[in-house]
Design a protein around this ligand. Structure first.
Ligand code: H2B
Length: 92
């Protein structure tokens, strides 16, 4: 199981556009069309399943909010940071 990151490690490793909210990291991705967000969520879900590390995703009007935390560790780990970076790659 991945170890919890310290506050300093989280601050240093948090990717651009992501925020920390307690035990979660959060980003809201914006899209030109609703179905673009739906497609992103589906692709992100595939990456999550591949990593076996699952975010909460809220699909809204031309935006998708993604929340990541490591339930098994009770906070933020490298698994969250790494998956956030993969989500950013597919968003472009
Ligand atoms: C047994 C445990 O639920 C699994 O190892 C995976 C499933 N997906 C997961 N997803 C997230 N976000 N955190 C976890 O700790 C986690 N654990």
């Amino acid at each position: 199981m991945a170890d919890l990151l310290s506050d300093d490690e989280i601050a240093a490793q948090l990717p651009d556009h992501w925020d920390r909210e307690g035990d979660e990291i959060v980003r809201t991705y914006e899209f030109d069309a609703y179905l673009d967000g739906v497609g992103f969520a589906a692709a992100a879900g595939g990456l999550a399943q591949e990593a076996f590390h699952h975010p909460e995703m809220t699909i809204g009007w031309r935006e998708v909010e993604v929340r990541l935390t490591t339930h098994d560790a009770g906070g933020i780990t490298a698994n969250d940071i790494e998956l956030a970076e993969r989500f950013d790659e597919i968003h472009g």
